[in-house]
Design a protein around this ligand. Structure first.
Ligand code: ZN
Length: 604
C-alpha cells in the first residue's frame, strides 16, 4: 500500500508501453499473414459444409465426422475472431484491424447461414436412433450431452413449414428491443445540471453513476431528477415498448407449446423453475440485512430518510490508498493461495506471462474483460489505474480467465465454453477470497471500511437489486399472460411497492423512482437477471466452504473450473457442492451481509 497517485497527464501511445505490461497476441498468430492463411482455411471449409447436408442421420460415423469437422472449424473461427478483436481493442483507431474484425464477423455470418440446417436435421432424427448411434459409435459418446441439449428441444420444435414461418417473423419480432436500444442508447437526452464546481454539466448515462457518487446532495438530486424525469416524459412510449417485448415472448412461448414465458426462458439451459422461485422467496425472507444497510447509510449521511439519490454515495472516506501493479499482482496471488498449489502456479503464469494487457494507452478500448477461445490461453484486458477497485477487477477477471484456462485444458472443444449461469461464480469467488484475505492482512481502518462497503454494495447490487428486478419481471410477464395490460400505472405501482418492501422504512420513495422499469435494458432479455443473484450466492457458498476447510470443497470447486459446459449448469454447481434449488446459498449470502455490517459497526 502506498499513497502514490494514479498516473496522470496525457495517455502514452501503445509503443511507449513496456512489453511486460502487454498481452502476447503472438501466441495466437505470429503475424497477420498467418491469420490470413487461417482465414482462407475457413473459407474452404465453408464450401465443404453443404456436403454434409442430409447425411447426419445415415450413421453414427457420419454424425461423428460432422461433429469433428464442426469442432475444427469452430476452433479456427474462434481464434481468428479472438486475434482480430484483441488487436482492435489495443487501438480502436486502427482501421486495419477494424477491417479484419469486419471480415471475421461477415465470415461468421456466412458460416451460420451455411450451417443453419444442422440443428433442424438433428432434431428430425428420432431420439432412439441418436441414442443407438451414441452407443455403437466409438468417439460419439463424448457428444452425448451436446446431442441431448439439441434433442430435448424436439418437444418444442414445430413442423418445418411452421418453423419457417417463425423464422420469417424474427426480424420484425426484434422490433421492441431494437426500438428500446435506439431510444435508450442514441436518442434520449437528460439535459444539464449545475455541477459541484458551479459549472454546467450535461447528464449522460456514462456520467450518471459518477454524479450519484457526489458528496454534494444537491448535485445528486439534480442529476437524478434530470435522468428520471426524461424517462417519465416518455412513459407511455416506454411501456408500449416493454409490453411489445413481453408479447413477443408470449407469442413464441405459445407457438412452441411452453406453458409460459419463464418456462421457455429457463428450458434451454435446463434450469429448474424452483431455482428462480427460490431466489425471490429467499431474498424476501432475508430482507433485514438490506434494510439494516439502508439504516446505516441514513445514520452515516445524517439524513431523515435515504432517498433514491442517496443510494450510491460512498460511505467510506476515500483515503488515498493506491496499489501499484506489482503490489496488486502480489496481493491477488497471496489471496488465491487457499485454492492450492496447482491453482497458484497456473495463476502466477497467467499474471506474468503475456495474458494481461495492463495499462491504458491512446485508443485502447475502455473497461476490463477476460476473453478466450478454445486452444489458447485467455487474454485479460485491464485499464489499471492503481485503485482498490482495479485490484478487485484483476481478481475478478483472472477468475474468469482461470475458469477458461482449466476448461480448455480438460474439456473437448464441444464443451469449451460455459454458461452465464456458471460464469460469474469463478470471478466472484476470487473477489470474495480477496476481500477475506485483505481484511485479514490489511489493518488500516480506512481500507478496512472501504473493503467492507465494497462487499456490502456488491451484495446489495447483485443479489438484492437483481432479485427485485427478477420479482418485477415475473409480475410483469404473469400479468400480461393473464391478459392484464402493462400500463404505466401497473408497472409503476409495482416498482413502488417493491422498493418500499425491499428497502424498508428508512428509505423514502420518490414518485420518479417508480420509472425504473423503463430504463433496464435487461428486461429486453427475459428472465436473465436472476442469474446475477444465483451466481454471487453460489460463489459466496463455495468460498465459505473453502475458507472453512470443509472436506472436499476445494477439490469440488477445482473440478467445477475444469468442467466447462460438459453438463447442465445446475448439475455442475451441484457437483461443486452448491444446491441452487435450496435456500441455503442465498440465506448464507444475506447472513454474510449482516456479518459485514457488524464489522462496519465495530470499526465506526
Ligand atoms: Zn464477470
Amino acid at each position: 500500500m502506498t499513497s502514490r497517485p494514479a498516473q496522470t497527464g496525457a495517455l502514452p501511445t501503445r509503443e511507449k508501453i513496456d512489453s511486460k505490461f502487454k498481452w502476447t497476441l503472438e501466441n495466437l498468430y505470429s503475424s497477420d499473414r498467418e491469420w490470413e492463411e487461417d482465414y482462407n482455411v475457413v473459407e474452404r471449409m465453408i464450401g465443404e459444409i453443404a456436403g454434409f447436408r442430409g447425411t447426419l442421420g445415415n450413421s453414427g460415423e457420419q454424425m461423428l465426422r460432422w461433429l469433428h469437422f464442426a469442432d475444427d472449424m469452430n476452433i479456427i473461427t474462434g481464434r481468428l475472431g479472438n486475434y482480430a478483436f484483441r488487436r482492435y481493442d489495443e487501438n480502436t483507431a486502427n482501421t486495419h484491424y477494424q477491417g479484419m474484425m469486419d471480415r471475421v464477423m461477415s465470415q461468421h455470418a456466412r458460416t451460420s447461414a451455411a450451417t443453419s440446417w444442422v440443428v433442424p436435421e438433428i432434431l428430425s432424427i428420432p431420439r432412439d436412433t441418436v441414442e443407438t448411434f451414441i452407443r455403437d459409435t466409438e468417439g460419439l459418446e463424448v457428444y452425448a450431452h451436446h446431442l441431448d441439449e439439441i434433442i430435448r428441444m424436439q418437444e418444442h420444435t414445430l413442423t418445418p413449414s411452421e418453423e419457417e414461418l417463425l423464422a420469417l417473423s424474427l426480424e420484425a419480432m426484434a422490433g421492441p428491443s431494437n426500438v428500446f436500444s435506439m431510444f435508450n442508447d442514441a436518442d434520449i437526452r437528460f439535459g444539464t445540471i449545475t455541477g459541484e464546481d458551479g459549472g454546467e454539466i450535461e447528464v449522460t448515462k456514462g456520467r450518471y453513476i459518477q454524479l450519484q457518487e457526489s458528496h454534494d446532495r444537491r448535485v445528486r438530486e439534480d442529476a437524478y431528477r434530470a435522468l428520471y424525469s426524461q424517462y417519465g416524459t416518455w412513459k407511455n412510449t416506454l411501456s408500449a415498448m416493454l409490453s411489445g417485448q413481453v408479447k413477443k415472448e408470449m407469442f413464441f412461448a405459445r407457438a412452441r407449446k411452453y406453458s409460459d414465458t419463464r418456462t421457455m426462458a429457463l428450458y434451454e439451459d435446463n434450469i429448474p423453475e424452483a431455482v428462480y422461485d427460490n431466489v425471490v422467496r429467499t431474498v424476501n425472507e432475508n430482507l433485514a440485512p438490506l434494510q439494516r444497510s439502508v439504516r446505516l447509510r441514513k445514520e452515516i449521511l445524517g439524513l431523515d430518510a435515504v432517498r433514491p439519490w442517496d443510494l450510491y454515495v460512498p460511505l467510506a472516506s476515500e483515503a488515498n490508498i493506491y496499489f501499484p501493479w506489482e503490489e496488486a499482482v502480489e496481493t491477488v496471488r497471496e489471496a488465491m493461495q487457499v485454492l492450492g498449489p496447482a491453482y497458484s502456479r497456473d495463476l502466477s503464469i497467467g499474471l506474468t506471462e503475456g495474458w494481461i494487457d495492463v495499462y491504458e494507452n491512446q485508443g485502447k478500448t475502455s473497461g476490463a474483460y477476460s476473453a478466450w477461445t478454445y486452444g489458447a490461453h485467455p487474454f485479460v484486458l485491464m485499464n489499471y489505474t492503481n485503485t482498490l477497485k482495479d485490484v478487485f477487477t484483476l481478481a475478478h477477471e483472472m477468475g474468469h480467465a482461470m475458469h477458461s484456462y482449466y476448461t480448455w485444458k480438460n474439456q473437448p472443444p464441444v464443451y469449451g465454453g460455459y454458461t452465464i449461469f456458471c460464469a460469474e461464480v469463478a470471478s466472484t469467488c476470487n473477489e470474495m477470497l480477496l476481500v477475506e484475505h485483505m481484511l485479514k492482512t490489511r489493518k488500516d481502518r480506512d481500507l478496512q471500511l472501504q473493503l467492507l462497503f465494497h462487499f456490502i454494495d456488491t451484495i446489495r447490487g447483485t443479489v438484492y437489486n437483481q432479485a427485485l428486478f427478477a420479482e418485477f419481471e415475473q409480475f410483469m410477464h404473469r400479468s400480461a399472460e393473464r391478459g392484464t395490460p402493462l400500463t404505466v400505472d401497473l408497472l409503476s405501482e409495482k416498482m413502488t411497492e417493491l422498493y418500499a418492501r425491499y428497502l424498508g422504512s428508512d428509505f423514502g420513495m420518490d414518485p420518479l423512482y417508480a420509472m425504473n422499469w423503463a430504463r433496464i435494458p435487461h428486461f429486453y432479455r427475459s428472465f436473465y437477471v436472476f442469474q446475477y443473484a444465483t451466481g454471487l450466492s453460489a460463489a459466496v457458498a463455495i468460498a465459505r466452504n473453502i475458507l472453512d476447510g470443509k472436506e472436499g470443497a476445494l477439490e469440488q470447486y477445482l473440478n467445477f473450473l475444469k468442467s466447462g459446459s460438459s453438463k447442465y449448469s445446475i448439475d455442475l454447481l451441484g457437483d461443486a457442492g452448491v444446491d441452487m434449488t435450496s435456500s441455503d446459498p442465498i440465506a448464507a449470502t444475506a447472513a454474510l451481509m449482516d456479518e459485514l455490517l457488524d464489522r462496519v459497526e465495530d470499526l465506526r
